[in-house]
Design a protein around this ligand. Sequence first.
Ligand SMILES: Nc1ncnc2c1ncn2[C@@H]1O[C@H](COP(=O)(O)OP(=O)(O)O)[C@@H](O)[C@H]1O
Ligand SMILES: [Mg+2]
Length: 255
Amino acid sequence: MTQLEIRNLHVQADDKQILRGVDLLVKPHEIHALMGPNGSGKSTLANAIMGHPSLEVTEGQILFGGEDITAASPDERAQLGLFMAFQYPVAIPGVTIAKYLRTVMNAHRVARGEDEISLKEFRKTVEQAMALCKVPKTWSSRYLNDGFSGGEKKRLETLQLALQRPKTAILDETDSGLDIDALNTIAEGVNEVAREAGTSVLIITHYQRILHLVKPDRVSILFEGRVVQEGGPELVDRLEAEGYGWVEEQVAASA
Ligand SMILES: Nc1ncnc2c1ncn2[C@@H]1O[C@H](COP(=O)(O)OP(=O)(O)O)[C@@H](O)[C@H]1O
Ligand SMILES: [Mg+2]
């Protein structure tokens, strides 16, 4: 069973201490929300889990499926079944979405010692994933992120998620800047992949909005580089009603 476990993780960037002992467990098939105020270290944690080269782990471990991946390369982590919806702010002229998706898919297959996917099989797989994510088929021939709106980029990420069917997906602020229709489509896609592929999801967000559509089993609150509270979905309602003030008071009281 593939669970993601973060133990006492300390992370620095540019000699600045950002994470100060994060403990977090994302169980198989679980939807786990990571919430926290701006600047609490949510994106840093997501990047550290994926092995971003600009971050230095100074203490603690990241375990995936029981294997210590703290020192593994981003590629190795992806091969093990970790997925992160990276944003691709750079348009790549001359590379169509179909070409891009096929390249990514083949890289995974080759790394697993499988043959490259046939064009026919690829088309079938992509069409299924496109239907799931409500992405128009015409997208196949569009160039990667060329003239894509924020919402379209997010949908492309969901499409990648549906194609890759990873063991664990990390979605960082997938809801930011989306209108309600785009948010609904993305939430449906995420729920469907989670249900169909059994993907566990670490959904990172500052706001509660998306958590009404992708319902978390567990909720962790990150504050100043530590997980200071863990609970069930009722935490989402509490944050919605009261904001983060009580979290801060609680941390101050226990200091
Ligand atoms: N590469 C970096 N170098 C220096 N400081 C950074 C770097 N990345 C993030 N930080 C700082 O770390 C803190 C946490 O940032 P971040 O992880 O983006 O928080 P969140 O995603 O919760 O808003 C912020 O104070 C931010 O300015
Ligand atoms: Mg962030």
